[in-house]
Ligand binder design. Structure first.
Ligand code: PNW
Length: 442
């Protein structure tokens, strides 16, 4: 932070991100249906503090205040997600107009303040009736997703500036269906791999639906975690390669035309003729979510997984205990370019951020110098990747607001703006003022 932040290319997008279930609340408003996260959060023992997203930040009712906070911050884009159960309460059939009305109001409020609306269609809140019919293990869910995408694009396609089909399909597959720490709470380990294929197929079908309704660019937001190898035996290297294939390539290789990584191909009953072409529909932007690298070594004998995750040592840690490794972002961006070359579309970093135990002081101010250091370091890493020739067009801080952090409930605060739960009072943190100054000087 001693040297000034280097310049970014003209038109670089400065954004903030959120997702529907984490901020909206209003679980029963305007005909909204239930999602897998409503079900999961209401089961005892699933969420660290026993909380749910029923109210969350009450953004559904306070969106105008939140848009005003963004306008004051000076961001050029806001990445939000559309709650599928608001648009199709049963997961199929005609749209619930009151659900779409909300995103219509939000979109117009953003445009009125010169903020680009960036809409994610699926940030993990699958309508419960679709889960009851097999969820993402069922091929049919991919077709339902494309129909839902069509309904959203029919309403917002003239105003959304960038579409993101899926958020982090890897985390949804592995946490939701592999180990069960997220909704829908299934523990299938590698039998969850059809979830990857059906999400990717849904993505590809949705790309076609969006293009038919909207001239705006289309992206997907994947999360990536560069591998840091612990140990240098052949077994350690094999473990690193297995983790790399699963976390970093399973979704990106088929999207960019390389097909599935060896050993992770869906079975012949799942992968049908034509699917790979649907999945590899050209993307305008690759969304990259980055939080930290992964330490990997060979697993103990008898482990159900082909790798073991090791805590990275020697780095500062966030309240989530995640290591802070800004150079991992540069390494990741350069690595994507080196692996995919001309097949790689321009990148936007669609999420990056950190949780700390931010509490207001006696004067009501919230000082979060660690978050400022985190963002400063990661933006410099983006700049370094651009210097190495990677085409990066934007950075979205996760998150605008402290919010409901999935299985962690309200115990992890990622916001530039502090939220007092449950009063909902918003207080910009010192990182908010830092980000505003940074954007203002561009
Ligand atoms: C992302 N991991 O999730 C999500 O897109 C956000 O909704 C979430 O609030 C944010 O990151 C912070 O957690 C992730 O363990 C969850 O590697 C877990 C991991 C990465 C991202």
């Amino acid at each position: 932070m001693t040297t000034p932040m280097p310049a970014f290319p003209a038109g670089f997008r400065w954004g903030v991100s959120t997702s529907a279930y984490q901020i909206e609340g209003a679980a029963d408003a305007d005909g909204r249906g239930r999602s897998v996260w409503d079900t999961f959060a209401h089961q005892p023992g699933r969420i660290a503090d026993g909380s749910t997203g029923d109210v969350a930040c009450d953004h559904y009712h306070r969106y105008a205040e939140d848009v005003a906070l963004m306008a004051d911050l000076g961001v050029s884009a806001y990445r939000f997600s559309v709650a599928w159960p608001r648009v199709q309460p049963a997961g199929s059939g005609p749209a619930e107009p009151r659900g779409l009305d909300f995103y219509d109001r939000l979109t117009d409020a953003l445009l009125a303040r010169d903020i680009d609306p960036v809409a994610t269609l699926f940030h993990w809140d699958l309508p419960q009736p679709l889960e009851d019919a097999g969820g993402w293990l069922a091929r049919d869910t991919a077709h339902r997703f494309a129909e839902y995408a069509d309904l959203v694009a029919a309403r917002l396609g003239d105003r959304v500036k960038l579409w993101i089909t899926l958020n982090e399909p890897f985390v949804h597959m592995s946490f939701g269906y592999g180990i069960g720490s997220h909704a829908p709470g299934r523990q299938l380990l590698f039998d969850a791999v059809p979830v990857a294929h059906h999400q990717l197929l849904g993505h590809g079908l949705a790309v076609a639906a969006l293009r038919a309704r909207s001239g705006s660019p289309v992206a997907i937001a994947n999360n990536y975690s560069p591998v840091r190898l612990y140990g240098d035996t052949d077994a350690d290297r094999a473990a690193g390669a297995a983790y790399e294939a699963l976390h970093n390539r399973l979704f990106t290789d088929p999207l960019l035309g390389l097909g599935y990584p060896a050993g992770l191909e869906p079975g012949p009953d799942v992968l049908r003729d034509g699917d790979l072409a649907t999945i590899a529909a050209p993307l305008d932007v690759l969304g990259v979510n980055y939080y930290n690298p992964s330490g990997i070594r060979a697993p103990e004998e008898g482990s159900p997984l082909p790798f073991e995750l090791v805590e990275l040592d020697g780095y500062p840690r966030t309240a989530f205990d995640w290591p802070v490794v800004p150079d991992g972002l540069r390494e990741l961006l350069v690595g994507l370019r080196d692996r995919y070359g001309d097949a790689l579309p321009p990148i936007e970093v669609t999420e990056g951020g950190c949780a700390y135990d931010d509490t207001p002081d006696a004067d009501g101010r919230v000082a979060d110098p660690e978050r400022i250091a985190y963002l400063d370091g990661h933006l410099r890493a983006v700049r370094a990747a651009i210097d190495e020739g990677v085409d990066v067009r934007g950075y979205f801080v996760w998150s605008l607001l402290d919010n409901w952090e999935w299985a962690e409930g309200f115990t992890k605060r990622f916001g530039l703006v502090h939220v007092d739960f449950p009063t909902g009072t918003r207080t910009p943190k010192s990182s908010y003022h830092w980000y505003r100054d940074l954007i203002d000087r561009r």
